[in-house]
Design a protein around this ligand. Sequence first.
Ligand code: IVH
Length: 691
Amino acid sequence: MPELNDAEPNTGQPDAGQPDQAEAARRAAELREVIRDHDRRYYELDAPSIPDADYDALMRELRELEAAHPELVVADSPTQVVGGAPSALFAPVEHGVPMMSLDNAFSIEELTAWAERLDRRLEDQGRVGAYVAELKFDGLAVSIRFEDGVMVQAATRGDGRIGEDVTHNVATIEDVPAKLNGAPPVLEVRGEVYLRLSTFRELNEAMLAAGGQAYVNPRNTAAGSIRQKDPAATARRRLSFWSYQLGQVEGGPAFASHFETLEFMRDLGLPVNEHAQRIEGVDEVVDYVTRFEARRHELDYEFDGVVVKVDSLAVQRALGATSKAPRWAIAYKLPPEERTTKLLDIEVSIGPSGSATPFARLEPVFVGGVTVTTATLHNEDQVREKDVRPGDTVVVRRAGEVIPEVLGPVLSERPRGARRWEFPTTCPVCGEPLVRPEGEARTRCVNYDCPRQIRGRIEHFCGRSAMDIEHLGEQRIDLFVTEGLLGDVGDLYTLDYDRIRSFEGFGDLSVDNLQDAIEASRGRPLDRLVFGLSIPHVGGANAELLARSFGHLDRIVAATPDELSRVDGLGPIIAESVHRFFASPRNLELVEKLRAAGVNFEGPEVADVPQTLEGMSIVITGSLSRRTRDEVQALVKARGGKSPGSVSKKTTALLAGEGGGSKRDKAEELGVPIIDEDGFDELVETGRLPS
Ligand code: IVH
């Protein structure tokens, strides 16, 4: 990505030391290139690489430069066009009325100046009158077209004129009615697709429980979900929608004001946010903005500003639009959720499976609605790359639900003598050496007896997807391990309840509940037990395969690597890992402990694998996140299908992971359905391609 030359600070003052003509032209070209790159990342890849505030600063600098040197303005400058070209993956849709962008105001002064500009512009044509203030939702804009009340099409904004057809995906959104009663013959509804924070949290919990990686933030997740090839995948993300603007309308009632259009949409059953409010003048806008800025973290959805629109549609028409944005509306952006604070120290935390993560201890700072005292630094390379040092003033960000993160140091404030931080060589919990396997970003504590890992394995065993033992959370496990009651999961079944009763906070009822919960876990199905044992690489799905294929824990323990890898869908890496696990005397001892405790070792009888893929041909491309290619191929074969290496007319579907170039092109050319891993699971399960 293009680098910005930071020799030229943005003073924010257009007339303070203007660079000369040639320099201005060079800088404008540079800014355009960088902004276009960020636009592409944001709109097309849904993967922005800089905070919105930094992007806004670049845009502002370019706008100011162009204002001072109008001769530099070119038609395709990012200041003149709406970002985001439609992608080739989705069919193009021409919007009945262009989907415009909004100009921004970054301070109350700029907002007031905008309102004054409107008054001046109208001159003798009257006054602006009332405004409507709305929240600026942070999601993805779409336009939904209803004909005779039936939803017929939905499209993203794209470049404003042509967007992408995402009809099937938008149709999965519960908030969007499939049919409107009493709607005019043609009605285009514009609004924002977004993810509720509660849903975002639930998705992440499920994702983590399944061993996946958490989604980064609700906005990117919503944007990524709406651009899925498979609507079933979109449906699983449980997106929401707010309607805030009409596009093309034919044969509808004559509206006089924007607020009426909102009420009209609401009456039709469309979701219109209850905080949209008609206000008489900009003073009230200031009030609205202040009120919502304070409530920013109370709502179940994110908003990054307030949109102010002139209410009268006649005045809107009189004011018109530039090539990019209407003059009658403006987005007041809330200050960015980034703050600077002092980095007190860098420490390393050890995760339940031994991974060592560096994190920052910070002087408490209020950011993103909470007081933050620690923030992640991800891994050793990140610390080195950012070169943050204890004593530095650092920029901290907390966007939405994401764990707070240190973005980087403020170099101008680095104290003299601040030393580069070195990753510790020993585990802060057990003191044993830390290891960073070659080619991996993670450093680990590999000491099986590290108290953190003992706790981690017990937490995992008790987890909902494993033995599901209630009333035994992290804190209690921590206490029991520290008190010497628990050394491994086998000890759970011989706990000394009399001693537990003597601990503070453990009344009779609470101990009885705990005992019942542990008792109940003895009878859990075999696959839960196998998953609960924390065998490296064995997640829920592999545990199920093992349980189903062998039917008894003893048979899994006794299986040779060869026998294990013959299990359809398992593959050699996992087979080896399972074999190694049960070759360890310590783990065999644990198996005996569990047997003595009466834990269920038997699984369902080996069932016949249903031949759901009979006669089908599934080609694989790109890198998959859940199974290796070998595993997928074995699974396809086990289910009666074939998995050849190239796409042809006979291919039933192309399973596409990350990346994947020529096979994807070929599949598109031949009209072969392309499915993702969710779609593949559905196909394996049902024998049908996802609709
Ligand atoms: S009105 C011509 N209202 O902000 C006016 N936009 O920066 C079109 N947005 O593309 C937009 N909340 O994605 C409008 N209450 C709201 C909004 C809103 C969020 C987004 C929308 C738009 C972007 C413009």
